[in-house]
Design a protein around this ligand. Sequence first.
Ligand SMILES: [Zn+2]
Length: 94
Amino acid sequence: MAGMTSAVPSLPVSPPTAVPACERCLALAEDPRRREPPSCLALRNTAPLVSQSQAGVPYSMLTFCCRDCGTVWRLYDRANELFVSWVPEHPLVR
Ligand SMILES: [Zn+2]
């Protein structure tokens, strides 16, 4: 009878399953100042979060979630600024 092997096969630890960003999200990352959300984004909270930056500039933030790839986007709209900025919650996976 051979000695019992207690060796547990060491499986490579896979990173948390990241869904690659869809084309529209990648396009939005390329052009984060556009005001219109792409068609794949669904508004998560209807009420914008209104706050102030460290410099005291008021801004509102809306949260969107992509129906295709699940990317969560925050849309920042600062007072007195022509452009908005789209910021993904996590870096996009290509
Ligand atoms: Zn997407």
